[in-house]
Write a protein that binds this ligand. Structure first.
Ligand code: 9MG
Length: 290
């Protein structure tokens, strides 16, 4: 029985890793803040990511970078709902990155396929909002909130604490009527975690994946990669590709990335090596310059 992820009218086969492209429609996200506030530009970028092979487009109207200020419900609605409706109307699978139940409800009504909540549906009303409509849900672990989460986060056992939290939230989803095939877990790299915590979590991804839910990994351009390489956010593509491949090799089913085309190519090569049985036989024998 193939593993699947149900997201409204989209059903994903998880026998290959999925790629979620990031569309931040915020003035202040950490690596692309302000670039896609303009509607036409945002839509073009989303369509480009889909053409490059993104399986889902994650639209976010609230910056969750460390130190970010909260955004009002009204502003968030204005940023995400129309874009979601347009992209979903074109057949794209749109995920909406929000912590607010009112935004979840409007996004689902506009055609969102998934709700990606960095607060794991803990806000009152969030579980009920997502139970309706058959959407997929991504439950992410975060210690604290974006404004303060990087102020000396401590854990006794980061892997165990993150896993226990996520499984408890998955249990809350099941109890609220959200089917197992709709649930994704995410350890929340960089959300109230030091570099050492992030590396421990990445190494332990197989333990989280063993719980039976698809796991999402979001490491693209994150500051941990800057700490390792010494590079600014815009210069972290090679580091992001290495991190995405390391996550998939450890069982991640979905990678959330800025650089879709490059990640899709990297995953194709990884998969051809690791799963020779699924190498497309349509590959030409010789390519120009090969
Ligand atoms: C919104 N957002 C930023 N980083 C993220 C991550 O790592 N995972 C998920 N699910 N969402 C994220």
């Amino acid at each position: 029985m193939p593993r699947v992820l149900d997201c409204g009218r989209h059903r994903f086969d998880l026998s290959r890793p999925l790629v979620m492209g990031i569309l931040n429609v915020t003035p202040d996200s950490f690596s692309d803040g302000g670039r896609y506030v303009d509607r036409a530009r945002a839509l073009d970028h989303a369509r480009g990511m889909a053409a490059d092979g993104a399986d889902l487009i994650d639209v976010g109207g609230e910056s969750t970078r460390p130190g970010a200020a909260p955004v009002t419900e009204e502003d968030e609605l204005a940023r995400v709902v129309d874009i979601t409706a347009t992209l979903a109307g074109e057949g794209l699978a749109v995920s909406v990155d929000t912590r607010k139940p009112a935004v979840m409800r409007s996004a689902i009504a506009a055609g969102a396929a998934m709700i990606n909540d960095v607060a794991a549906l803990t806000a009152p009303g969030a579980l009920a909002a997502c139970a309706q409509g058959g959407v997929g849900v991504c439950l992410m672990h975060m210690r604290g909130d974006p404004a303060s989460m990087q102020q000396a986060p401590t854990y006794t056992d980061v892997v165990g604490e993150v896993r226990d939290f996520l499984l408890a939230r998955a249990g809350a989803c099941l109890a609220a009527g959200i089917a197992r095939e709709r649930i994704v877990l995410d350890p929340g790299f960089g959300f109230g975690k030091t570099l050492a915590h992030n590396l421990q979590l990445l190494r332990a991804l197989p333990e989280l994946a063993a719980a039976g839910y698809p796991v999402m990994a979001g490491l693209s351009r994150k500051s941990s990669l800057g700490q390792i390489t010494g590079r600014a956010a815009a210069e972290r593509l090679p580091a992001s590709l290495a991190a995405a491949l390391a996550a998939v090799a450890r069982g991640a089913a979905i990678v959330r990335v800025h650089d879709v085309r490059e990640t899709v190519d990297a995953l194709k090569v990884w998969r051809a090596i690791e799963h020779p049985d699924v190498l497309p036989d349509a590959l030409p024998d010789a390519l120009p310059g090969a």
